[in-house]
Design a protein around this ligand. Structure first.
Ligand SMILES: [Zn+2]
Length: 135
């Protein structure tokens, strides 16, 4: 009989698993982490990884976050330059503070989805920049 589940409170439902593969997702990125071990609740699916597995699973997630930040930063920089804006002008347009675009482009901060969506729209319809700047 296994341990009790701390998530759903079921009694004796935590069952041992070894060498399992779980997918880590962040936004549209995903990666598989193999060789994971720990306990899984047969009732609610709650997973409690062993310490080593928990560390590798978390590291894979961190690496996806960094990759996403880099990709978004590079995309925003490309679009900003295409629009002929400097970083201060782009920051003024999106309202994140005067250093916001510098932080986005270097991957220090993940911009809000609204910022990414606005720039993707402007990438496709650069003429619309004029209507925004008039506002
Ligand atoms: Zn459970």
């Amino acid at each position: 009989m296994g341990a009790n589940c701390i998530s759903c409170g079921s009694v004796g439902t935590m069952a041992r698993f070894e060498n399992a593969t779980y997918q880590v997702n962040f936004r549209d990125l995903k990666t598989d982490v193999g060789g994971l071990s720990g306990f899984r609740c047969g009732t609610c699916g709650e997973i409690e990884f062993d310490a080593d597995s928990a560390e590798r699973y978390a590291a894979a997630g961190d690496s996806l976050v960094l990759q996403a930040r880099r990709e978004v930063g590079e995309e925003l920089r490309r679009i900003r330059k295409k629009l002929g804006l400097n970083q201060a002008e782009a920051s003024a347009l999106t309202g994140g503070g005067h250093n916001a675009f510098s932080r986005y482009e270097t991957g220090k901060v993940v911009p809000a989805p609204a910022v990414i969506n606005l720039f993707r729209l402007l990438d496709r319809h650069p003429d619309e920049l004029r209507s925004l700047k008039r506002a």
